[in-house]
Design a protein around this ligand. Structure first.
Ligand code: UGA
Length: 412
């Protein structure tokens, strides 16, 4: 398992639980030490208990790990390049170089990291073959995208709704589908490019649903209609369904924004297509957090020097992940308007502090001393707070906050 971040550690520990021998490799030695000490290198509910139940190995030398295993899962990060939006393959390339030096007894290389459609064929296979080893004779290749959600990743891994196998050739696909033979779900076998696109398409579709309901919510709010009731009414139609129709402050995380930006830039730069719908999905999402600030300013027109409580920094509850969290846009705008944000999150303050060391991080009870409160993440512990006498701007529809003196939902 190359890469012991969210994806690698969940995949590795779950496969170990299913009876496979797992060796973790990571360039970050701390992560390996943590695994050795039976401490998960990332926060994911249930991962600590599962790690205690299994035996897994760690290996600092990637090439040795490859030589000693039958399948290498590549689970390294593929962040967005901040300048051009492209998915950054630096780590996948670096890892593939190393794998290419050690492979050769018909092992299988499985890319789990999200890569752009075509990346495997155009870039990664040539790197793997650089040292004279040939795909088909010396090694096999699959693309096996994951659909894990942070916070429920273990359950998602153990009970998937589908497994997508992109295969370079039938032997590679046979080998990987054999690994998954115990799973009770459809296994779709396609070519490499199609598998890569299925991953992006799935996340971009989810993003589209959210931006759709957020835009509808913005319209409904102006018309005095409750968008949550509209969504309930829509959801009876099985073609629409009830998932991912919770309107609010917008989507964040390490996946939806990144995959959306990646598909937009790929379409534009590589096949000269302007993806108008996807661009709008992104632009609606970028402006939702700013709508929350506009609502706040209805009651406090000049934010200069005002203490504003911010509840929730993680991009969603159940995680300490703040990547692309809507809280980032909210805090940036509060600071731009010279407000004094007082922030609390049960899990994500340490990570958020690395981005915004300059703001005040408080205990929950102290944040609740602020008159104005912005709810950014729907952590369960925010539900039962006493919002009486407060100005509450709610980005996540916490029903109880409705008892506030002034209550404004972002889309309702
Ligand atoms: C997402 C996908 O849901 C997974 O299927 C996929 O495997 C994963 O990305 C990935 O590519 O690795 P994740 O980023 O963990 O998973 O988070 P989601 O549960 O999808 O939530 C994303 C964002 O959308 C959150 O900020 C959440 O608050 C927001 N959201 C979700 C809404 O604003 N409204 C909704 O109705 C649903």
């Amino acid at each position: 398992m190359i890469g012991a971040g969210y994806l690698g550690s969940v995949t590795g520990v779950c496969l170990a639980k299913l009876g496979h021998d797992i060796i973790f490799v990571d360039k970050d030695k701390r992560k390996l030490t943590q695994i050795r000490q039976k401490k998960p290198p990332v926060f994911e509910p249930g991962l600590d208990e599962l790690l205690m139940q299994v035996e897994v190995g760690v290996e600092e030398d990637l090439q040795r790990a490859v030589r000693n295993t039958d399948i290498c899962f590549v689970c390294v990060g593929t962040p967005n390049n901040e300048l051009n939006g492209h998915i950054d393959l630096t780590e996948v390339r670096r890892t593939s170089e190393e794998i290419g030096k050690a492979i050769g007894r018909n092992q299988l290389v499985v890319i789990k990291s999200t890569v752009m459609p075509g990346a495997m064929e155009k870039e990664i296979i040539p790197i793997l073959e650089k040292n004279g080893k040939k795909l088909g004779t010396d090694f096999g290749v699959c693309v096996n995208p994951e659909f894990l959600r942070e916070g429920t990743a273990i359950n998602d891994f153990l009970h998937p709704d589908r497994i997508i196998i992109g295969e370079a050739n039938t032997e590679s696909g046979d080998c990987l589908s054999n690994l998954y033979r115990e799973f009770d779900c459809p296994i779709l076998r396609v070519d490499l490019k199609t598998a890569e696109m299925i991953k992006l398409a799935s996340n971009c579709f989810l993003a589209t649903k959210i931006s759709f309901i957020n835009e509808l919510g913005n319209i409904c709010k102006l018309m005095g209609i409750d968008v949550y009731k509209v969504a309930t009414g829509m959801a009876y139609d099985p073609r629409i369904g009830d998932k991912f129709l919770s309107a609010g402050i917008g989507f964040g995380g390490s996946c939806l924004p990144k995959d959306l930006a990646g598909l937009i830039t790929m379409a534009r730069d590589e096949v000269n297509y302007q993806p108008k719908l996807l661009q709008s999905v992104m632009s609606v999402n970028n402006s939702q957090p700013l709508r929350a600030i506009e609502l706040l300013k209805k009651y406090i027109p000049n934010l200069d020097g005002q203490h504003i409580g911010v509840l929730g920094l993680a991009f969603k509850p159940g995680t300490d992940d703040v990547r692309d969290s809507p809280a980032i846009k909210v805090i940036k705008e509060l600071l731009a308007q010279k407000a004094i944000p007082e922030a609390y999150d049960p899990r994500a303050m340490t990570n958020f502090r690395t981005l915004f060391p300059q703001i005040e991080y408080r205990e929950l009870k102290d944040v609740m001393k602020c008159r104005a409160i912005m709810i950014i993440t729907e952590w369960a512990e925010f539900v039962e707070l006493d919002y009486k006498g407060k100005i509450v701007i709610d980005g996540r529809r916490l029903a109880k906050a409705n008892g506030a003196e002034i209550y404004e939902g972002v889309c309702w």
